[in-house]
Design a protein around this ligand. Structure first.
Ligand code: SF4
Length: 365
């Protein structure tokens, strides 16, 4: 391995002798001038776990409402009820969205939305029942810790009880959003009405305890420092040690268009790749690091497969949240399009289900 920075060499030695990296090591990874060396190191870690495999899933996103009472500073997606562009899907709307893709072998329905005071618990249970009826073969991956906390608040039910009922209605997995950066300073500045880091960690621990795996994300590239990013990763690693319930980590590059933070420059490609690489090396107890092509763009996501990422997410069909914040990537990709991106990178495309079970090869064709 051609690593030129002596500090990075020491971290590489530590990592490959099986020692866990600490805060200072993670900072060395973030700050090393040896960007190529960092990429080599993260790629080696990725290849040792997954070889040339690069995972993807045939999925569909459903964002049921953009009406949200929280109005986080960084969010371009949320509206007040009655604002131009505010929407809430009726069950009929959801039925139409699912049936118009009935011919596609969709493996996962990914569903999140705003905290809309007009929606009651029945709505969410009915949504899950409907999806299960129309897509019995797909895994329902839905709701963040923020939505669970909200549902607990409007019903008076404990988080355990909320999860139990949603699980009964069809919930099988949760995506990893809502934490943004696990840090009180950032919480106060950017999303004070949303749950804080302690509550997010507590809810996710409860969810894992009830047998529902989740992902974890980090929204980076706004007000946070590198130190705060590293502390976020270490908090996730600590929770994963206790529960083993995280499936994948997904760094999310912040898009500032249509937000009060639109003066902030976009993240650089180097920062995006560096963040993927640091995540791969620090999160030694996470199996998968995802390059979310919607936020990175297709070409950078493809490059990220050489900086520690092993998953390109999915076909998605119609992404709304990042596109309201100015993402210029397409709103969906075909399965062939994703396979093509992976193959052109010299990697092996592997279609997966929500739990990283590999689909039979004849279905990948
Ligand atoms: S980030 Fe989520 S909780 Fe915050 S305003 Fe947007 S939709 Fe609402």
């Amino acid at each position: 391995m051609r690593i030129t920075d002596p500090g990075l060499k020491a971290v590489a030695h530590k990592y490959f002798s099986g020692e866990r990296l600490d805060f200072q090591d993670a900072m060395t990874l973030y700050e090393t001038p040896d960007f190529n060396g960092l990429g080599l190191l993260a790629h080696e870690a990725r290849v040792r776990r997954h070889g040339r495999k690069a995972f993807f899933i045939h999925n569909q996103h459903l964002n049921y409402s953009n009406v949200c009472r929280n109005r986080c500073v960084f969010c371009a997606y949320a509206k007040n009820a009655g604002d131009p562009g505010a929407y809430t899907f009726s069950l009929e709307d959801v039925r139409n969205q699912l049936t118009c893709r009935a011919g596609e072998p969709i493996r996962e329905i990914h569903m999140v939305g705003g905290l809309n005071p007009a929606l009651d618990f029945d709505y969410f249970e009915s949504l899950l029942h409907l999806i299960r009826e129309l897509r019995p073969e797909a895994t329902i991956k839905a709701f963040t810790a923020v939505e669970l906390d909200y549902l607990s608040g409007i019903t008076g039910l404990s988080i355990e009880k909320v999860v139990e009922r949603l699980k009964k209605a069809g919930l099988a997995m949760m995506p990893g959003g809502g934490a943004e950066v696990l840090n009180d300073r950032i919480h106060k500045a950017l999303f004070p009405r949303k749950i804080n880091k302690d509550r997010w960690l507590e809810i996710i621990e409860t969810v894992h305890g009830q047998g529902i795996p989740t992902n974890a994300t980090m929204l980076y590239g706004h007000l946070e420092t590198l130190e705060e990013r590293v502390l976020h990763l270490l908090l996730l690693r600590e929770l994963q040690d206790r529960t083993g319930g995280f499936s994948a980590f997904i760094p999310l590059a912040f898009h500032s268009a249509n937000t009060p933070l639109s003066h902030l420059p976009p993240t650089s490609g180097v920062d995006d790749l560096r963040t993927i690489a640091v995540s791969r090396l620090v999160l030694d107890n996470f199996d998968h690091i995802k390059a979310y092509w919607v936020m990175l763009g297709e070409k950078l996501a493809q490059t990220a497969l050489f900086f520690g990422a092993d998953d390109m997410d999915g076909t998605i069909v119609e992404e709304r949240i990042t596109h309201t914040a100015g993402a210029t990537s397409p709103k969906g990709l075909s399965r062939e399009g994703l396979e093509h991106l992976i193959e052109r990178a010299g990697m092996l495309p592997v279609e997966r289900d929500s739990f990283y079970g590999e689909m039979a090869s004849m279905e990948v064709q």
